[in-house]
Design a protein around this ligand. Structure first.
Ligand SMILES: C[S@@+](CC[C@H](N)C(=O)[O-])C[C@H]1O[C@@H](n2cnc3c(N)ncnc32)[C@H](O)[C@@H]1O
Length: 236
C-alpha cells in the first residue's frame, strides 16, 4: 500500500501494531456486536464502555486508527505545516506515530519547534505508547500526558493546528469544547467513527455541522467514517 511516510523504521512499528490490532478485532466484535446491533436497530447505546468490566477488557486493546486514516492525518498535518498537534486518545500510539512523523518532517522542511501532545487515561497504554514512539525514532516529537484528557489538556497553550479526537464517544464533544478556543483559524479537527456510531455521535456532528459554532465540516465516509472539521470564525 502507498504510504506518504517514507520511513521504514516507523512503518515497521506501525505494521506490527496494525497486525496486533487486527488480531484483537475478533474478540472486540464478539463482545460489542450485540450492543452495536441494539444501538443501530433497537435503541440503547453503543457508546458506554465505562464499566469496570469494559475498562479491564479494553486495557490491552489497541482500537487503533486504521492505516488509511493515519495517512490522511499525516498528510493534513504536512499540508497545514502543523506546529502543534493534539491527540485525544493515544492508546498504544498508532495515530501518534503518524502525527509525530508529520511533525518531524515539518521540522525538517521548515524548522522551528514542533510538538504533539497526546493523552491517554490508561497508564499501561501510556507506557506502551512511549515505548512504541521510541522504537519508531519519534520520541522527541511527542509528549504523552497520562490521565483524563479534560484535565491533562486543560491548561494547554495554543495555537493548535490539528486535533485528532479518537477516544470513547462521550468524551468527544467535551474535548472539542475544551480545545476549541486553542484552535487557530483553519485548524482541522478529525474525529473517528462518526458514521459507524452515527446516533451516539449525533451531539458532536450536530455541533460541528452548524456553522454558527465556528466550524465547516464534512463526513469522510469510509471505514466507519471520519468527521473533518475546519475551524472558521463564527459569524457575528
Ligand atoms: C480508540 S482508542 C485510541 C486509539 C489511538 N488513537 C490509536 O490510533 O492507536 C481510545 C483511547 O481513548 C482512551 N480514553 C478514554 N477515555 C479517556 C479520557 N477521559 N482521557 C484520556 N484518554 C481516554 C482509551 O483508554 C483508549 O485507549
Amino acid at each position: 500500500m502507498i504510504s506518504p511516510l517514507a520511513d521504514p523504521r516507523a512503518e515497521a512499528v506501525l505494521s506490527r501494531l496494525h497486525a496486533e490490532d487486527a488480531r484483537q478485532l475478533r474478540s472486540i466484535v464478539l463482545r460489542y456486536l450485540p450492543r452495536a446491533l441494539l444501538s443501530r436497530f433497537g435503541g440503547g447505546s453503543g457508546a458506554d464502555v465505562s464499566s469496570a468490566a469494559d475498562r479491564a477488557f479494553l486495557r490491552d486493546k489497541l482500537v487503533a486508527l486504521d492505516a488509511d486514516k493515519g495517512r490522511l492525518a499525516y498528510t493534513y498535518c504536512r499540508a497545514l505545516d502543523a506546529r502543534q498537534v493534539v491527540e485525544v486518545g493515544t492508546s498504544f500510539g498508532v495515530s501518534t506515530i503518524y502525527l509525530a512523523a508529520a511533525l518531524r518532517d515539518n521540522a525538517a522542511a521548515g524548522g522551528g519547534e514542533r510538538r504533539l501532545i497526546g493523552t491517554e487515561i490508561e497508564p499501561v497504554k501510556v507506557r506502551a505508547a512511549r515505548a512504541n514512539l521510541a522504537e519508531a525514532g519519534l520520541a522527541d516529537f511527542a509528549e504523552i500526558r497520562e490521565g483524563d484528557a479534560l484535565l491533562t489538556l486543560k491548561a494547554l497553550a495554543g495555537p493548535v493546528d490539528f486535533l485528532l479526537i479518537d477516544t470513547w464517544i462521550p468524551l468527544a464533544l467535551p474535548a472539542l469544547e475544551l480545545l476549541k478556543p486553542r484552535l487557530r483559524p483553519g485548524a482541522i479537527v478529525m474525529c473517528d467513527n462518526v458514521r459507524q456510531f452515527a446516533r451516539e455521535y449525533r451531539a458532536y456532528t450536530d455541533y460541528v455541522r452548524d456553522p454558527r459554532n465556528g466550524f465547516r465540516s464534512m463526513l469522510w465516509p469510509k471505514q466507519g467514517g471520519v468527521e473533518l472539521s475546519v475551524r472558521s470564525e463564527a459569524p457575528a
